[in-house]
Design a protein. Sequence first.
Length: 357
Amino acid sequence: MDTETFLRPTAVIGGSLLVTLVLGWLLDVLLRRTDARHHETPLWGQLRHCRQPFQVVLCTTLLRGSYREARILPEHAFAVGRVLTLVLIASAAWLLVRIATAVVDSSYARYAAGSANDDRVRRVRTQVTLIQRVVTAVVVVVAVAAMLLTFPQMRTVGTSMLASAGVLGIVAGIAAQSSLGNLFAGLQIAFGDTVRIGDTVVVDGEWGTVEDITLTYLVVLTWDERRITMPVSYFTGKPYENWSRGGAQMTGTVFWHLDHSAPLDLMREQFQRILKEIPEWDGRYGGLAVTDTTPHTIQVRAVVTAKDASDVWTVRCEVRERLLDWLVTHHPYALPRIATSPAVPSPQPRPSAPADW
């Protein structure tokens, strides 16, 4: 191996790496300084995550344009060119995905910082999340198609596939009916504003918070930290409860079964004192009334309010526990009792009239 055969490829590769590192460093410095001057725009800080794919694209472009003159593996020039082309397409798709993610995340961050309406913020979050995933899926599909089309054999296959695209489309539509249904259901949820990330929902008897929404499935985080994964088509084809729709505030009830002699007026006063000591109570409403009666007990119902489902659960438990403890301590006679008095004897049968009358 002569000196030129070794030095020329080494110089080209080393120069490409050096230019890539320098330009990547300059780009990072420029974005960092711009971000420091414009704190109100988070886009510049988000774009710093694009440094690595940018460097890969730049280095691959430099090598792709000079590998023949540099005589890098001249006996395998075609294979080297093919590999560099594939890497360039993949890195360009990576860069586009990072740029799209930065734009979407920065737009959502600015909107969330300037909006006081939590419902709109969660709606926008759901929409931008799905938009970001759609863009990522499209870029990946186009990149894979472009990489496959670099092979001459795949071009012939592609021409043949176009001739039967109509038949294949019908067959694929029938075979992927469920997946396509979930896909369109995800788009319907995103832009129809039926359910959003962060909403409190009840599905199949399970109460939880919507943690994530994708194009095909939805994740509900339950109160006991279980995660239920459901197809998004469920939320477009079946009824469910959305406790966050129209506002997250909730109304809850607490029931007691007590004796007929329970001191209702004193209970109302103690109930109001207990509510004022519970920080989760939002102060909108709190009332106590007798809602039913039986031969042995009465049913007392308390109505409380809170800002969301989690707080209303806490208020209900606190009110139930504290008022029951107060009754046991100060008015034990008000608790339900089992009657043990003797039964009243039945009256004696009346004497029958004489037969000869």
